[in-house]
Design a protein around this ligand. Structure first.
Ligand code: CTP
Ligand code: MG
Length: 181
């Protein structure tokens, strides 16, 4: 697979996992997932992880995958790259997995005494990728192994932190996010 094909495929296949966290930032708020509960004096997750953000983020990522399925032929022809389609389970797995990864990172931050909104370089950029990949692999392993070839996986892990940093700085500048991470 050429580098161009790897990059295009990696971005395409991860779009349903990139969108949920950004939608959560815009659409989130309301009752927190942890219901305000604490664990050894610290919040289980904190007010930054809400039901609305999680549900709408997952829905948006899933919906985007279905839209991409519709555009699949056109975009593949246009770029001369044979892009993958998203079976519904894989779509939900990527979108929900991205949210789960982000929630998992908050859980970890709270257990290590880090308050809401603290940066954790590395974790902040990759939590949702790992979550998306793990859940997608669990719900549709045959799709996962045929889609995430080694070059695609490597590209995902290199390109995602760069994209994540860029979009978060933009979201911060636009006043959508409190911190630029
Ligand atoms: N958000 C949400 N539900 C989620 C994830 C995010 O509602 N599952 C919204 C919240 O309003 C949150 C904002 O998106 O404040 C930014 O997300 P993020 O940076 O992940 O949360 P933080 O507030 O920084 O909290 P944490 O330290 O727990 O990551
Ligand atoms: Mg944050």
């Amino acid at each position: 697979m050429s580098i161009f094909a790897s990059v295009v495929t990696a971005l395409w296949v991860m779009l349903p996992a990139y969108v949920p966290n950004n939608v959560a930032v815009i659409a989130g708020g309301g009752p927190p997932l942890d219901g305000g509960r604490t664990l050894n004096g610290d919040r289980v997750l904190g007010d930054g992880k809400t039901w609305r953000g999680t549900v709408l983020g997952t829905a948006a990522g899933t919906l985007l995958a279905l839209v991409l399925n519709g555009l699949h032929g056109t975009v593949s022809d246009l770029l001369s790259v044979s892009l993958p389609t998203f079976p519904v389970l894989a779509a939900v797995g990527l979108a929900f997995g991205a949210m789960v990864g982000d929630v998992g990172a908050s859980f970890f931050k709270r257990r290590t005494g880090r308050g809401r909104g603290t940066a954790f370089p590395g974790l902040d950029q990759l939590d949702f990728v790992v979550g998306a990949l793990v859940i997608a692999a669990l719900v549709n392993s045959s799709w996962f192994t045929s889609t995430f070839t080694l070059p695609v996986l490597v590209t995902v892990f290199v390109a995602t932190p760069l994209l994540h940093v860029t979009t978060n700085v933009v979201a911060h500048r636009l006043g959508l996010k409190n911190e630029p991470w």
